[in-house]
Design a protein around this ligand. Structure first.
Ligand code: SF4
Length: 281
C-alpha cells in the first residue's frame, strides 16, 4: 500500500487553491479569445476584452481573478491502494484551503450558521469535498472554487419521463434566462440528466470540469451539448447580460441511468470565472 503524507496533501491543496484563483485555465482564456472574434455586439466585445485583460492581470500580478473566491469545492479521486499517514485526508484538504485563503489573500466567504447568525468562518473552510474511490495508488485532487452569483442561479427539477427531451431543454433554457446577468456570462453550463435528486446535481457540477470545447464521448450527450449551446446563444443575453451572441462558451452534459418514473435534471451555471486546478499525488 502506497503512503502519502498529510503535509504533502496540505501543500498540494494550498498550491492548487491559490493557482485556481489567480490563473484562469488556458482552455477558458482561449474560449474567450474565440468569443471575442465571434461576438456580434460591440458592447459584448468590449466586455470580453475587459474579461481577457482581467485574466491577464490576475495571472501576471498573482492576484484573485474575481473578488468572490467562492466556496472551496474539491473533487478527490482516491486510489484504493493509497494510505494517508500523519493525519486524515479530510483534515489535510481543509488545512490546505485554510492556508491558501489566509496566505493567498483570498476572500473568506463561508459562514457557520446558514440561517441566523451567518458568522464568517474566517478561512473559507469547511471545503465541500466529493470523494470517488478509483483503482490505483494515486490521489488526484481537483479544486474548483464556485462564486455565489452563478451558483445561486443554478436549479434542479425532478421532471416526469413524459416531459421527455423537450421538457429537459425547456428547463435548461429557462434556467439560463432566469440567471440573466446575475450569473456573470459568458457562461459554461453544466447539465446533469438522470441519476436521482442528489446525484444529478453532482453530475452537473462534475460536467463543468471537462475542458471547454471538448465534446462528450457519449453520442447522446454530445448531441444534447451541441443543441443546447446553439439554443442558449440564441437567447441574446450576451457577455455580462448586455446583449449579444455569446451567452455561453460551452455546455457540458453528463448522463446517468435513472428510475423508470423519474427524469431528474440539474443545471449548474458557471460564470466567466471558470476556475479550476488539479494535482496528482
Ligand atoms: S458570478 Fe462569478 S464572475 Fe460574477 S462575481 Fe461571482 S464569482 Fe465573480
Amino acid at each position: 500500500m502506497r503512503e502519502v503524507r498529510y503535509e504533502d496533501i496540505v501543500q498540494a491543496v494550498r498550491s492548487i487553491a491559490i493557482k485556481a484563483n489567480y490563473e484562469l485555465p488556458e482552455d477558458v482564456v482561449h474560449a474567450f479569445e474565440r468569443a471575442l472574434k465571434e461576438e456580434e455586439s460591440e458592447v459584448g466585445r468590449e466586455v470580453l476584452s475587459q474579461i481577457l485583460l482581467n485574466a491577464k492581470l490576475a495571472r501576471e500580478e498573482q492576484m484573485a481573478y474575481c473578488q468572490d473566491t467562492g466556496v472551496a469545492v474539491v473533487f478527490v479521486d482516491l486510489g484504493q491502494d493509497v494510505h494517508v499517514v500523519g493525519g486524515s485526508l479530510e483534515d489535510a484538504i481543509n488545512e490546505g484551503i485554510r492556508r491558501a485563503y489566509t496566505e493567498g489573500y483570498l476572500r473568506a466567504s463561508m459562514v457557520y450558521d446558514p440561517v441566523f447568525e451567518r458568522k464568517n468562518t474566517k478561512d473559507n473552510t469547511p471545503a465541500i469535498i466529493h470523494y470517488r474511490v478509483v483503482p490505483g495508488d494515486r490521489i488526484r485532487i481537483t479544486f474548483a472554487p464556485k462564486g455565489a452569483g452563478s451558483e445561486n442561479m443554478s436549479r434542479l427539477a425532478m421532471l416526469k419521463p413524459a416531459d421527455s427531451w423537450e421538457g429537459v431543454k425547456k428547463f435548461v433554457l429557462e434556467t439560463v434566462k432566469l440567471a440573466g446577468p446575475n450569473a456573470c456570462p459568458p457562461l459554461t453550463v453544466g447539465v446533469g440528466i438522470g441519476g436521482n435528486f442528489e446525484y444529478c446535481a453532482l453530475l452537473a457540477k462534475r460536467a463543468l470540469l471537462r475542458p471547454i470545447g471538448e465534446r462528450s464521448s457519449d453520442p447522446v450527450a454530445r448531441r444534447i451539448e451541441e443543441e443546447l449551446l446553439e439554443e442558449i446563444n440564441k437567447l441574446g443575453l450576451g457577455p455580462m447580460g448586455f446583449g449579444g451572441t455569446v451567452t455561453a462558451v460551452d455546455v457540458k452534459v453528463e448522463l446517468y441511468p435513472c428510475h423508470i418514473a423519474s427524469l431528474p435534471v440539474a443545471v449548474n451555471i458557471q460564470c466567466h470565472a471558470s476556475r479550476h486546478a488539479e494535482i496528482e499525488l
